[in-house]
Design a protein. Structure first.
Lengths: 120, 674
C-alpha cells in the first residue's frame, strides 16, 4: 500500500511526487488499483481490510491519498464524482473506475470489488 | 505492506496443489438408487450374505420363489429424486427456491478445484511477465477472478437467503452473510484464500439448506404409497407390506424345488389327456403330431374362451346404456379442464384438496374407458360367431378380434384390460369416493359443483351404477383365459396389471426415516408358481398432488437344481412302424438354472425357451390294443422350458418290439402360467 501525504514543510514537492506516483500506478497495465481517500479512524480500519485483500496478490495495488490536494484538479471528480460517500474506488486494468466502496465495507465487499474489476 | 512482489505467488503455487487434491464434491451418493433391494433366498450361494439386486429403477428382477426381499430407502436420495420429479408441477415457490439453492451450492463446490487451478495459472502468468505482464496474464486474471467471484457471490446469496428466511432483516442478513467470509478472506495470511475454510462454509450451507428442505418436505410434504401385488396366471392378489397396508400375511408356504409327486393341476391335465387318447386317432408324420397336440390343447381351453364373449356382451350393455353420462366424463380433456377450473375454489377449502385429487384420479382412470367399452362391445359381438365352430376357429376368431380392437383403440392393453373386472371395480370405487367427498364440502361449494351444467357430477350416480354393473358382469371371467390371451399377444405384465385390486388399509407415509419394509414371498396369500410376478409400485405425492413414481417387478424363479412333474398328451411311435399313437404321459424332468449374482438381474431367459431338461417319461401306450394296459417308460429330453418333450422308452407289456419313440408338445400349459 502506498500512503501519499503532504508535509507542511515540503508541500509543493510532496504534491508533485505524489501525483507522479498516483499517475504511474493508475496507468499501470498489469495492476488492479484501489485508491483510498480521506483520513480518520473509519478510513484507517477500511485501509487495513483493503490491505488484507491486496497483499496476497502481486497485481493488486492500493494508493491511499491522505490529502485531497494530491489529486490533480478535476481528478477526484473523475474518480469519485457520483459517489460522494465513497472512500475508495477500484480501477480496472485499463484504469477506469469500476467499483466504489464506503468506509463500512466488509472484507467481502472489498474482495468482490477487486474481483469485479479484474473479471469479465 | 507487500514484502515481495513474487513471494506470494511462489508460496501459493505449492499450497494450491495440496489443497486441490483434498477437495471433492459432497453430494450424497445416489448412484445406487433411492431404493435398494436385497434378496434373502433360503438356499444358494448368497443365502447367508443376501443378494443385493442391481440398482435400477422401474425394472424387472428374477428372484427365488421362496425368498424374502428387503426394501431399503435412502431418504436423501429419494428426496433428491422427488425434487427432480416435482420440478414440473412444483409444490411451492419455497420448495423451488430451496432446491435451486442446493443445486447452486453443489455446483460451486464442484467449481472450487477449477478456481484453484485457474488462480494458480494467473499467478504463474504474472510471475513470468513480472510487472510488465501482458495479455496472457490479463486473460488468466479475468478467468480466475470471474470464477472466484461467481463462487463467493453464490455462497453469499445462499447464506443471506437462509438468514432472511429466519428472523433477520434483509440488511442484517446481508451483513451477517458477508461476515461469514472473514475467515476465508483473512485467515490465510499471505495466502489469497483459505480454501479449506471456504469448502467447509459451502458444505455447511449445503447441509443447512438440505435440512431446511427436509423440514419443508416434512411439513408441506412429500409422501409415499407403496403397493405390492402378485400377478399370476390365476389372478392378481394384494401383498402385505408392513407399514404400508393392512394385508395380513398368510402362513408360510414353500415351493419345493424338487417335486416328487404330481400336483392336482398336473393330475387334471393327465386325466384330460387320458380322455383324449381314445378320441384322437393315430397319425402319420411329425407334422400331424404337432397339429394334433395343439388341437388337443385348444379343445381343453375352449370352454373358457366361450365365456369371455358372453361376459363381455353382458358387461358392455350397462356401460353403453349410461353412454351419455360416460361421455361427459371421458370426452377428450373435458373432465381435466373442468377440474382445473375448480382448482381455485377447491384449494380454499380444507376438504377441497381431496376432491381435487379424486377428480384427477378419475380423469386418469376414465381416460381409457371409451376404448374399454369399444373392446367389450367388440368381444360381445363374437358370441354368436363362436357358436358351433371348432376350437381352432374360435381361437383364431378371438385373436383376430383382439388385433382389430388394438388397431381400433390404438391401445395394446385395451382388449385384456376391458375384460378385467378389477378395471371396472376400481373406476366404480373412485366414483363412490368422489360422491362421499363431495358430501363433505360446504353446501355452497358442493351445490355449485353438483349442479354445474358444464360439469359431469350431476350424472355421478348413473355412472357409478353402470360401472358397478359392468364389474359384476365380468366377475368370474376366467383369469386363465385372460392370462393365456395376454401371453399369446405378448403383453407384458404391466399391461395386464392395470386396475389391480387395492390392498386393504393402504397408508400414505411422509417421506422421512424408516421407510424400509420387506416382501415375504412365502407368506403371500395365493399360490405362487414359477414365472409369476410380484409387482411393487411406488406412488409419490407432494402434498395431495401426485408427482409420479415407478414400478419394479420381481419374476419368481427356481434357481439351482430343480425338478417338476408334468403331464400332457404325448404321441408315441413303436419301432418298425410309421404311425404315432396318442397317450397320456407324465414326465419327471430335472433342470438347472444358475444362481444370479453381481450385476446379473436373474432373469436370464424369461420364458425358459433356452432351457434344457432331462428326465423320465411314463406314457400310456396303445400299440397292441386300445383296451389293454400298456405302460412305457424311458428317458426324455425337454426343450423350450418343458414345452417339447422328446424321448424314447421300453414298453413294459409288449410281446415284442418293445422300443418306442415319444414326442409331446405342451404349448398352452395354463397350469404353469407360461
Amino acid at each position: 500500500m502506498r500512503v501519499l501525504s503532504v508535509r507542511a514543510a515540503s508541500r509543493a514537492a510532496d504534491i508533485k511526487s505524489a501525483r507522479a506516483i498516483l499517475a504511474e500506478t493508475v496507468g499501470h497495465p498489469s495492476k488492479t488499483v484501489m485508491i483510498i481517500r480521506r483520513v480518520g479512524p473509519e478510513i484507517t480500519r477500511f485501509a487495513d481490510k483493503a490491505g488484507t485483500r491486496s497483499d496476497p496478490f502481486p497485481w493488486r495495488e492500493i494508493v491511499w491519498v491522505t490529502d485531497q490536494r494530491i489529486f490533480r484538479p478535476g481528478q477526484e471528480d473523475e474518480l469519485f464524482g457520483a459517489h460522494p460517500d465513497a472512500c475508495a474506488v477500484v480501477l480496472d486494468l485499463a484504469g477506469h473506475p469500476a467499483t466504489w466502496l464506503d468506509p463500512s465495507a466488509q472484507l467481502f465487499d472489498i474482495e468482490d470489488a477487486f474481483l469485479g474489476a479484474e473479471g469479465r | 505492506m507487500k514484502a515481495s512482489l513474487f513471494g506470494p505467488a511462489a508460496l501459493t503455487a505449492g499450497w494450491l496443489v495440496t489443497v486441490a487434491g483434498a477437495l471433492s464434491a459432497q453430494n450424497p451418493d445416489c448412484a445406487a438408487g433411492a431404493v435398494r433391494y436385497v434378496e434373502w433366498a433360503e438356499r444358494g450361494p448368497l443365502a447367508q450374505s443376501g443378494r443385493p439386486l442391481p440398482a435400477l429403477q422401474a425394472t424387472e428382477y428374477g428372484v427365488d420363489i421362496n425368498s424374502r426381499i428387503q426394501i431399503a430407502v435412502d431418504t436423501a436420495c429419494l428426496i433428491a429424486y422427488l425434487d427432480r420429479q416435482a420440478a414440473g408441477p412444483a409444490p411451492s415457490a419455497r420448495s423451488r427456491a430451496l432446491r435451486s439453492r442446493v443445486d447452486s451450492l453443489v455446483a460451486i463446490l464442484g467449481a472450487v478445484p477449477t478456481a484453484i487451478e485457474q488462480l494458480q495459472q494467473t499467478f504463474d502468468a504474472y510471475a513470468r511477465g513480472g510487472a510488465e505482464a501482458g495479455p496472457v496474464f490479463q486473460e488468466r486474471l479475468q478467468t480466475s477472478s470471474t470464477t472466484i467471484r461467481r463462487i463467493l457471490r453464490a455462497l453469499q446469496a445462499a447464506i443471506q437467503a437462509r438468514l432472511e428466511a429466519g428472523d433477520s432483516t434483509r440488511a442484517d442478513a446481508s451483513r451477517a452473510a458477508k461476515a461469514d467470509f472473514d475467515a476465508v478472506l483473512s485467515g490465510g495470511g499471505a495466502l489469497p484464500y483459505d480454501w479449506p475454510v471456504l469448502r467447509a462454509l459451502i458444505n455447511r450451507e449445503i447441509e443447512l439448506t438440505r435440512a431446511d428442505l427436509d423440514q419443508f418436505h416434512r411439513t408441506a410434504g412429500y409422501a409415499l404409497e407403496l403397493r405390492a401385488h402378485l400377478l399370476s396366471g390365476k389372478g392378481q392378489y394384494p401383498v402385505g407390506l408392513a407399514g404400508y397396508n393392512d394385508e395380513t400375511p398368510c402362513a408360510e408356504t414353500r415351493v419345493e424345488p424338487i417335486e416328487l409327486e404330481i400336483s392336482p393341476e398336473q393330475a387334471q391335465l393327465f386325466q384330460q389327456a387320458e380322455s383324449l387318447e381314445h378320441r384322437i386317432g393315430a397319425v402319420r408324420g411329425v407334422g400331424n403330431v404337432v397339429v394334433g397336440s395343439v388341437s388337443a390343447d385348444l379343445d381343453r381351453i375352449r370352454p373358457e374362451l366361450d365365456t369371455l364373449a358372453g361376459r363381455a356382451a353382458r358387461a358392455a350393455a350397462p356401460v353403453a346404456a349410461a353412454g351419455r353420462s360416460l361421455v361427459r366424463w371421458t370426452r377428450g380433456d373435458t373432465l381435466r379442464l373442468w377440474t382445473e377450473g375448480l382448482s381455485t375454489a377447491l384449494s380454499r377449502d380444507p376438504k377441497g384438496a381431496a376432491v381435487k385429487a379424486t377428480l384427477d384420479s378419475l380423469a386418469d382412470g376414465l381416460a381409457q374407458a371409451n376404448a374399454d367399452l369399444d373392446a367389450l362391445r367388440s368381444f360381445g359381438s363374437l358370441k354368436d360367431q363362436l357358436a358351433g365352430v371348432s376350437a381352432q376357429t374360435a381361437m383364431q376368431a378371438i385373436l383376430a378380434r383382439v388385433e382389430q380392437i388394438r388397431r381400433l383403440t390404438n391401445d395394446d392393453a385395451a382388449p385384456i384390460r376391458a375384460l378385467q373386472p378389477a378395471t371396472w371395480v376400481a373406476r366404480a370405487a373412485l366414483v363412490k369416493r368422489l360422491a362421499v367427498q363431495l358430501g363433505q364440502l360446504p353446501p355452497q361449494l358442493r351445490d355449485r359443483i353438483r349442479s354445474d351444467p358444464r360439469g359431469p357430477v350431476r350424472d355421478l350416480e348413473t355412472l357409478g351404477r353402470a360401472l358397478q354393473q359392468a364389474a359384476d358382469s365380468l366377475a368370474g371371467v376366467s383369469q386363465d383365459a385372460l392370462g393365456l390371451l395376454g401371453r399369446v399377444l405378448g403383453l407384458p405384465p404391466a399391461l395386464l396389471a392395470a386396475n389391480l385390486p387395492e390392498p386393504a388399509g393402504v397408508r400414505r407415509r411422509a417421506v422421512g426415516a424408516g421407510l424400509g419394509t420387506e416382501i415375504e414371498l412365502t407368506r403371500i396369500c395365493a399360490a405362487r408358481r414359477e414365472n409369476d410376478v410380484v409387482q411393487v409400485e411406488y406412488r409419490f405425492f407432494a402434498g395431495e398432488q401426485p408427482i409420479g413414481g415407478w414400478t419394479d417387478r420381481f419374476r419368481l424363479r427356481v434357481f439351482g437344481l430343480r425338478s417338476r412333474v408334468g403331464a400332457g398328451l404325448a404321441f408315441a411311435i413303436r419301432q418298425h412302424t410309421d404311425t404315432w399313437r396318442p397317450g397320456a404321459a407324465v414326465s419327471w424332468i430335472f433342470t438347472h438354472r444358475n444362481w444370479p449374482r453381481g450385476p446379473n438381474r436373474g432373469l436370464g431367459d424369461a420364458a425358459g425357451l433356452g432351457q434344457l431338461g432331462l428326465g423320465l417319461t411314463a406314457v400310456n401306450l396303445h400299440f397292441e390294443s386300445d383296451e389293454a394296459i400298456e405302460l412305457g417308460i424311458g428317458p426324455s429330453l425337454t426343450f423350450l422350458g418343458d414345452r417339447i418333450v422328446v424321448g424314447g422308452g421300453w414298453n413294459l407289456q409288449a410281446h415284442g418290439n418293445h422300443l418306442y419313440g415319444l414326442l409331446s408338445i405342451r404349448l398352452l400349459d395354463l397350469a404353469r402360467g407360461t
